[in-house]
Design a protein around this ligand. Structure first.
Ligand SMILES: Nc1ncnc2c1ncn2[C@@H]1O[C@H](COP(=O)(O)OP(=O)(O)OP(=O)(O)O)[C@@H](O)[C@H]1O
Length: 259
């Protein structure tokens, strides 16, 4: 679905991504991890066509991302960003309906009625009781769920998530990623997610790309990437890596330096 070939990116002559090479298969849940400033969000911006890359190529199906018209790209992919929602005044349902924009004519009308689908998404994310509330009356975690509902309403074939669990407590982190995972499996949506939490990345991602200082350190299944020596090299900590007793996937325990 996505093929990244020798891609680099500079900001003001400073390299922030260099020689990236990887592919993401249709229907895959693909994670991007790495320390602060390693280039994760920049990579997501290149994949979504928001920013142009320097050298290399980024293919989305058979065309370069840069060859798509903006509205055509929006029927293909949706991006959940860190600061995604309109400021104030809009009601939850109105915001979710904004996700339908790529399917509307210039009059703002849509061929098919999407209200059942919007109802379904609001129910799935437990937002149905909040649908008439305005955004400023929501908590940070509720806003995050509204933002996800809006991008799901776009019915993208490729869903790009930039730190989707920010602001969420552990209950909602799992609920949100379970929802995305179910959505991905039942609709064969491809998901590319930037995740800070390595344990969540292990639980949900089919494969993970590890970046450090703009370089691709590795790409592979969680067992290949979440290895103690690799995590130590990149994050500068001495983790303890254990097998999850239920999911049989690597989980990282942190070791404190305190006396
Ligand atoms: N518009 C910009 N202009 C100049 N430099 C930028 C710009 N956007 C990002 N950078 C720089 O590029 C590097 C990578 O930033 P990026 O936001 O992609 O990292 P990240 O891995 O997503 O970080 P974090 O985990 O802290 O969110 C950083 O050094 C950042 O300062």
């Amino acid at each position: 679905m996505i093929r990244v070939v020798d891609v680099s990116k500079n900001y003001n002559g400073r390299s922030v991504l260099s020689s990236l090479n990887f592919s993401v298969e249709p229907g895959e849940f693909f994670g991007i991890i790495g320390p602060n400033g390693s280039g994760k969000s920049t990579l997501l911006k290149l994949l979504s066509g928001v920013e142009s890359w320097g050298d290399g190529q980024i293919w989305l199906q058979e065309k370069l991302v840069s060859q798509y018209k903006r509205k055509d790209l929006a029927t293909w992919l949706a991006v959940l960003q860190q600061e995604p929602l309109p400021p104030v005044g809009f009601r939850v349902r109105e915001v979710v309906e904004m996700g339908r924009y790529p399917y509307q004519s210039w009059l703002g009308t849509e061929k098919a009625d999407s209200s059942d689908m919007i109802d379904d998404i609001l129910r799935t994310l437990r937002l149905d009781d909040l649908q008439d509330r305005t955004l400023e009356k929501l908590s940070g975690g509720e806003k995050q769920r509204v933002a996800l509902a809006k991008v799901l309403a776009q019915q993208p074939r490729l869903l790009l998530l930039d730190e989707p669990t920010t602001y969420l407590d552990i209950g909602y982190q799992i609920q949100l990623l379970d929802t995305v995972h179910r959505w991905q499996r039942t609709r064969q949506t491809t998901v590319i997610a930037v995740l800070h939490d390595l344990n969540l990345a292990s639980l949900y991602c089919d494969r993970i790309l590890l970046l450090n200082k703009g370089r691709q350190i590795g790409v592979g299944v969680p067992e290949e990437i979440l290895r103690a020596e690799l995590i130590k090299d990149v994050y500068g900590i001495e983790p303890i890596v254990l097998d999850h007793p239920v999911h049989e996937l690597p989980q990282i325990m942190l070791r404190s330096q305190r006396e």
